[in-house]
Unconditional design. Sequence first.
Length: 232
Amino acid sequence: MKIRIEKIIANFLNISRNDCKKVLKEGRVSVNSQIITKPILVDYNADLIEIDFQKVDYKEKQYFIFNKPSGFITANFDNNYQTIFDIINLNPKNFFAYGRLDKDTEGLLIISNDGKLGHQIMNSKKDIAKKYYFEINKNFDDKIKNHYPKPILISNNYLVKKYKFEFITPNSGFLTIYEGKFHQIKEMLNFFNFEVTYLKRVSIGNLKLDKNLKIGEIKEVSYQEILQIINK
């Protein structure tokens, strides 16, 4: 498949398309061992493409899992807060996150440049489970244990009917939800007068956060692995 060389340069160097022209003029790009200084079409499956003497293995679509740290918002650009793209080496003009996590929430985020699959996942009519580990400001009481699994009322008179609690310690556990309402986990626990002190997403569908992936680290995964989100 032939595409413009600027797209490959931009992806490899994490720069804008305009800056790619400068890279070409500087003679830093070669195709099949021939230096090129002007935009051309290349076949990334057949042509040998090198930038700064490094071979480029270009992929049209890429998928990453990111262990998001607290303190960063899930956005491509923001004038007031640091975003996830301030700490990962991906171009925010080309990549985006599948869904969001609050600024103070850690854990699993999917980042890709595959908009079609992202739309399919985020607008899926399937009940995609999202599992979170949480800690609260005081111990569980009989109110929450006696209420479960009855519906929980949150903002805008929305009734959460499907969810799953797993109690681990007197003040921590897992909560699995199947929607993505604003501050949903916090509001569900606030319904029982608990305040969330720590929150981390550990899985989406059948895709689990890699236990070896440290906070702030990112890892490339396959298309098939991402499909675990919607394949039950």
